[in-house]
Design a protein around this ligand. Structure first.
Ligand code: GDP
Ligand code: MG
Length: 145
């Protein structure tokens, strides 16, 4: 059984598209209006990440998941995640660089590592690149508390 993954990141960072790619669905634009909780994925609206009060809801939802995924798209010009935040959650926190077909995936990975992510995946949800590696991680990793 796959571990449950919650996705957090700015609006437009590619969370919903990533859920579609991970489920093997057709990739099409769908605005996320609320926290969407189904099967092994929890999708969240970017606004929750961008607003202090709504951010508290994300902290609570993290406890519904086995793995927390922090997303930064390769073309984002700054990171919303402060340094060394992964220790605040007693779940594994992974970094996910999305839109690796755009510049600059290495910079996004550096921001995620600075925030404390030890494992970072590089994904293009439109082509499926990196999807098998993330799915395999959710199948095999059993290191959670
Ligand atoms: N070029 C590129 N575009 C992507 C990728 N993933 C998502 N997008 C596009 O980014 C936009 C926002 O994606 P969405 O999944 O709705 O972001 P969310 O707000 O984080 O849920 C959409 O137009 C997607 O088609 C990717 O890997 N590469
Ligand atoms: Mg969305």
């Amino acid at each position: 059984m796959k571990q449950k993954l919650i996705l957090m990141g700015r609006s437009g960072s590619g969370k919903t598209t990533l859920t579609q790619a991970l489920r093997g669905q057709t990739v099409e634009y769908a605005k996320t209006q609320s926290i969407a909780y189904d099967d092994f994925l929890i999708d969240t609206p970017g606004e929750y990440m961008e607003n202090h009060e709504l951010g508290a809801a994300l902290c609570l939802y993290a406890y519904e998941a086995d793995v927390v995924g922090l997303l930064i798209a390769a073309n984002e010009d700054f990171s919303l995640f402060p340094p060394c935040i992964t220790c605040l959650v007693n779940r594994e926190v992974i970094g996910i660089v999305t839109k690796i077909d755009k510049a600059d995936p290495a910079r996004a990975e550096n921001w995620l590592r600075l925030s404390g992510c030890e494992t970072v995946f590089h994904i293009n949800s439109l082509t499926g690149e990196g999807i098998p590696e993330l799915l395999a991680h959710l199948e095999t990793n059993k290191n959670n508390i």
